[in-house]
Structures are given as C-alpha cells and as structure tokens.
Design a protein around this ligand. Structure first.
Ligand SMILES: Cc1ncc(COP(=O)(O)O)c(C=O)c1O
Length: 367
C-alpha cells in the first residue's frame, strides 16, 4: 500500500466537473482580474468567519504583508510572534522592516504561550501575531487582554485554521484582522496561490482593499504605497466551488484524527494536544515521537508520506541571525522541531489507509 501525505487528486476527482465549469465561466467572461467571483468569495469567507469584511489577496503571505502595511507597521516597530511557524509569519514582519520578537510555544498545542508575552514587550511593540498552527487557534483571551492593556494590534495568522474556533469564536474574528491562505494543501485550497484578510474594522478594511492594488484610489492616484496583492478570479471561482465542502472535509479530518488518537493510546506516540476551548480543523495531524528521524525513514520504506513541520524554528534561521537569538533561547520550539512529525490526515483517507499508517508507526517501536 501507498499513503501519500496529501492526495489532492482524490479531492479533485470528486469535483472536477464543477471546477472545470467554474473556471471555464471565468475564461469565457475574460474578466481576468477582480470582478464578481472575487467579491462573492470575499462575502462568503467574511460570513463563515463571523467578520464584516474580507479582502482577497494573492497568497496567505500577502494577506499578512498587506495587513501589516495597512496598519502602518514598519521600521522601528516590533511585532511579537512565535518562532515555531512557517516562515511567512516572521518573514512578513521583517519585510516591512519591523522586528520579529519571538515568544516560546506551549508544548501541548504548539501555539504561542501567552505567559511569555509580557517579557517580550518593549516601548516599540506595536502588534502581536499569534499563529493558529496546524488548524488549532492560539489561546486568544490572555493575548487579547494583554493587547488591550498595552494598546497593541493583534493580527491572527490563521493561514492553517479557516473556520477553526476558540470559545465558539471563529479564527480571524477576534483580533484586528485574520489572515487566511488558500495554498492547495490547506483545508480550503485553491488551484494555485491565494489568500484573504478578514476584519471587523471598517477603516482597516478600506485601507487593505486599496493597499492590495498599489494604494490606488481613485485610479492612478496614490496617497500611499501599496502593491499588487490581488486575488485572481480563477482562484476565486475554484474556491467558491470548494467552499460548500469545507465543513465536511474538516469534519472528516477530525474523524481521522480521532481514529489515529485511539490507535496511539498508551503508546510511545504523543498525539496532538487540543485545548478544550478549541475546535481544530486539523490542517495537519502532528505527533511527537522519540527517534523521530528514524521513524521518518521507517515510514518512507513503507511508502507512507510524512513531513516535519517545522525542522528549524525562526530564531535559528540564517536570515534572522541579525536578531541576535541563540540556540537554547526557545527550548520548547527547539524540542518540538526535533520531535514533530505530520501524518496523512486528508479527508479521503480510508480506514485501511489509517490502519496501515498507524500500524507502521507502532511497528517501529516493536523493532
Ligand atoms: C502559518 C502560515 N502562515 C503563512 C502562510 C503563508 O501562506 P501562503 O503559502 O498562502 O503564502 C502559511 C502557508 O503555508 C502558513 O502555514
């Protein structure tokens, strides 16, 4: 048997006709930039996120970048975030010439530990950017309390967590803004790159809306410098086809996670820790195992796809050496980087496939 980490062909096979029809409609219209499909997707994503506004952009990365630019975060500013994330989180902070300031993670959830934020605060802090990693939201109440007390923006990096909840509140709806990615491997993935910012703040919405199109309003008049961060209508059309399936796909991922959890009960495998206040959409199912790299080789031999998200925390990335962090500064993130392993969790997995994956892992410990 073969079990890839993700099988997008299995998803596509079920919705191919709908996707082709929707894409073909865009092509026939030759409305190749912006337009109805983008606007409709914005409306629907805002709605499912319990937000008033949404701005479609070219990627999750650009959702973060466009938001930071719209909030005028830049040189001299600091943004508190987690070192255990995909590069884009910290990368965008650096790209606006602000300084990423890292705070270690809660080892149970892999999300930023609010208890560490106070120590990272300086006079230059302008924002906190929690990342809702692997489909589970960060512990938002203490983050929001702290942000309110110190007058900081909270920008939710919700790239991996669309429709995920914390105390019943949707990802993206709690902070000043939330940023989603439609990278194809996400629960709601496009047929290329795409992203979206959601917000309840009308002023921020207007600025972000203009920012994504060179800060241009009216046409050819620019009162501030933006970029081309526009969402492509072909992506919007495909995403509109997929959107009605999102809940059932996320539910299937949750069922798969419960299935694995049961198989791993009482074994050497540490299953994902879920905060009881959260409902995860399981964009990834990430376990911790001792001798992780040997487990990876073992799985590869059995034709099972797996991945290490993420092998090098941000504070140890070469491009961030100038920040002056050292090995040992964030022990929980460093430990996670040594132990984590993402297993196939996609909705189309059969029980037979999950058994094969779980048994392969467990057989490693029998050897
Ligand atoms: C946590 C996080 N932030 C930001 C991004 C950036 O999204 P994109 O790849 O759509 O630019 C990703 C994408 O993988 C992500 O996982």
């Amino acid at each position: 048997m073969q079990v890839p980490l993700l099988d997008l062909k299995a998803q596509y096979a079920k919705i191919k006709d709908e996707i082709l029809e929707a894409v073909s409609e865009v092509l026939d219209s030759q409305r190749c930039i912006g337009g109805e499909k983008v606007e409709q997707l914005e409306k629907e994503i805002a709605q499912i996120s319990d937000c008033r506004y949404a701005v479609g952009v070219s990627s999750g990365t650009d959702a973060i970048l466009n938001t930071l630019m719209s909030l005028e975060i830049g040189p001299g500013d600091e943004v508190i975030t987690t070192p255990f994330t995909f590069f884009a989180t910290a990368g965008c902070i650096a790209r606006v010439c602000a300084r990423p300031v890292f705070v270690d993670i809660d080892p149970k959830t892999f999300n930023i530990d609010p208890a560490g934020i106070e120590k990272a605060l300086t006079k230059k802090t302008r924002a906190i950017m929690p990342v809702h990693l692997f489909g589970q939201m960060a512990d938002m109440d203490p983050i929001m309390d702290f942000a309110k007390k110190h007058n900081l923006y909270v920008i939710e990096d919700a790239a991996q967590s669309i429709t995920s909840t914390y105390k019943g509140k949707k990802a993206g709806s709690i902070g000043a803004a939330g940023c989603f990615s439609f990278f194809p491997s996400k629960n709601l993935g496009g047929i290329g790159d795409g992203g979206m910012m959601v917000t309840n703040d009308e002023k921020l919405y207007h600025r972000a809306f203009i920012m994504r199109n060179h800060g241009m309003e009216p046409k050819y008049y620019h009162s501030f410098t933006g970029g081309n961060f526009r969402l492509d209508p072909i992506q919007a059309a495909a995403l509109l086809v997929k959107l009605p399936y999102l809940n059932q796909w996320s539910q299937a991922r949750r069922q798969n996670a419960y299935y694995y959890n049961k198989k791993f009960e009482g074994k050497a495998v540490q299953t994902p820790g879920i905060n009881p206040d959260c409902v995860s959409i399981y964009n990834q199912y990430v376990i911790r195992v001792p001798r992780r790299d040997e487990v990876v080789s073992h799985l590869k031999q059995k034709n099972i796809g797996c991945e290490i998200y993420y092998p090098v925390p941000m504070h140890l990335q070469k491009c961030f050496a100038y920040l002056g962090y050292r090995q040992g500064d964030f022990p929980q993130s460093e430990k996670a980087a040594r132990e984590v392993l993402a297993l196939p969790i996609y909705p189309e997995l059969t029980d037979e496939m999950k058994d094969y994956v779980a048994d392969a892992i467990l057989s490693f410990w029998d050897n």
